[in-house]
Design a binder for this molecule. Structure first.
Ligand code: NAP
Length: 488
């Protein structure tokens, strides 16, 4: 299959925090992959900024090491790497100071797309926005990209939105949620709205329930002090899982257009019912459970009394015509059995069976959308068991791995970051969260968090390598349902 990707316009992309973890692991390698794929114009330029004193040669060395480490060896082409590194410049800039800004301004080309990626701590977003504006570096068409976390509650998200809005219009602000850059997540919209097959069934009359799982095997590791201030609800549910829920639950937008899509997502968030305490299970991993003892959550963070959750399961209800009575079960956690992210839509039973019960073990149709590993989709259907002996039914998966189905092109699925950065250059905000969406998600999450804080609840312990706390199983059992197995 021949790639039909059209190179983007010529751009100057400034990365604040260019020496940091995100820039070296994701942003620079992702940009190289787009360059290698021929999707970046020759004249594009990437300008690194951070406080560290170095020149362009030093930054190119750093980028070369990042490519060596984080780009597949199959794409290590010496001539291509050299040509990519030629596009790189560096200016030492202190986000909180005055040095470096005039030099940065002198480097920028006003007649090409100007984008500024804030890959720094959120406390610096306002400082950078103010200085870009104050030094006349960012014009009315410039774009800024801001990283997560976008606030830690409604008040801080509002304050951050107001700070950015003081210097930039909403159409210039790209709030990254890298989940939206995943191929399968966008495919969710293609599956729903480019096929006639699913949409007629996509409602509470035919869908029994939806499960969204984001499971990790790792603990909080070196991020303990950051994570402990946040927890699974703030770190995963309010942003990534909420976005997935919105894409499944939203009404068809009138067009695949940034505001049309974001308007529909916003309506879903606003229709979320307030949560009852009994519909929430929070957990903290123990060090036990595996063959060898590991650190527990409390070993990994500074506060030995911490009540922050490393696991959360929620039964979420959407109060609108389409979804009344169809629960959405969300769970995410660390140190679980396997690393997997998936959405499973379980359909209801056919209204009447013409087959004798004894001849089959009836199972529901389930559409599973795998985000990782091995992005793809799987539809479980009942068929006749092959062979003689009458009509016996069996459930089989109609499995489609994108890598298998699409050949070389499927194997070369762009990383979420590289896709999103290219969307910034194209000026396409569809896969970025709008300010009101983020605020609405916090407006839903805040009382949930305040509720368990007021009740003084401690998270339930769960073994490392397990599926989470026992109460999470009960959350579904009491509804006569069960979680899908967490499998990598
Ligand atoms: P990091 O490794 O700590 O890097 C921070 C960067 O900011 C460094 O390049 C640092 O370089 C620069 N910096 C710090 N203070 C500065 C200042 N006053 N002026 C200019 N530059 C300054 O952080 P990170 O992990 O890359 O995270 C960056 C952002 O992405 C954060 O908002 C984080 O929440 C978000 N994020 C990160 C990840 C990830 O996987 N790492 C994932 C999702 C979101 P100097 O010290 O040289 O100035």
């Amino acid at each position: 299959m021949v790639s039909r990707v059209i190179p983007v316009e010529v751009f100057d992309l400034v990365i604040f925090g260019a020496t940091g973890d995100l820039a070296t692991r994701k942003i620079l390698p992702g940009l190289y992959r787009r360059f290698y794929g021929g999707h970046m114009p020759e004249e594009a330029r990437i300008i690194g900024c951070a406080r560290s004193e170095m020149d362009a040669a030093g930054f190119r060395d750093l980028a070369r090491r990042a490519i060596d480490e984080f780009v597949d060896a199959g794409k290590h082409d010496a001539a291509q790497i050299a040509a990519f590194l030629d596009r790189l410049e560096y200016v030492p800039v202190d986000a909180t100071g005055t040095s470096g800004w005039p030099e940065l301004k002198a480097l920028m080309r006003p007649d090409v797309v100007n984008a500024f990626y804030f890959s720094v701590a959120p406390a610096l977003f306002g400082e950078i926005a103010e200085r870009l504006h104050g030094h006349g570096i960012a014009g009315p068409d410039a774009r800024i990209v801001v990283e997560k976390p976008f606030g830690r509650d409604l008040a801080s998200a509002r304050a951050l939105n107001a700070t950015l809005a003081a210097h930039f219009d909403e159409h210039q602000i790209y709030r990254i949620d890298h989940y939206l850059g995943k191929e399968t997540v966008q495919n969710l919209m293609a599956v729903r709205f480019a096929n006639i097959l699913f949409e007629p069934l996509w409602n509470s009359q035919y869908v029994d329930h939806v499960q969204i799982t984001v499971a990790e095997t790792v603990g909080v590791g070196g991020r303990g002090s950051y994570y402990d201030k946040s927890g699974a609800m703030r770190d995963m549910v309010q942003n990534h899982m909420m976005q997935l829920l919105c894409l499944i639950a939203m009404e068809p937008p009138y067009h695949y257009d940034p505001d049309a899509v974001r308007d529909e997502k916003l309506k879903v968030i606003r229709a979320l019912q307030p949560m009852a305490a009994g519909d929430i299970v929070r957990g903290q991993y123990r060090g036990t459970g595996g063959k060898r003892a590991l650190s527990s959550y409390l070993d990994d963070v500074e506060n030995p009394q911490s009540r922050t959750e490393s696991y959360i399961a929620l039964k979420v209800q959407i109060a609108n015509w389409r979804w009344q009575g169809t629960p959405f079960y969300l769970r995410t956690g660390k140190r679980l059995r396997a690393r997997t992210s998936e959405i499973a839509i379980t359909f209801k039973q056919p209204p009447h069976s013409i087959f004798d019960e004894a001849d089959h073990d009836w199972r529901e149709n389930v559409l599973v959308i795998r985000l990782q590993p091995n992005e793809g989709m799987n539809l479980k259907v009942m068929i006749k068991e092959p062979g003689p002996g009458g009509m016996r039914l069996v459930q089989v998966p109609l499995d489609m791995s994108f890598a298998d189905a699409l050949g070389d092109e499927g194997a070369d699925i762009p990383d979420a970051y590289e896709r999103l950065i290219m969307d910034v250059i194209r000026g396409n905000q569809t896969l970025f969260m709008r300010g009101d969406e983020v605020e609405a998600a916090w407006a839903w999450a805040d009382p949930v968090i305040a509720g368990w804080e007021a009740r003084g609840e401690r998270p339930q312990g769960y073994d490392s390598g397990s599926s989470g706390p026992d109460d999470a199983l009960m959350l579904m059992h009491r509804d006569g349902r069960r979680w899908r197995e967490i499998r990598g």
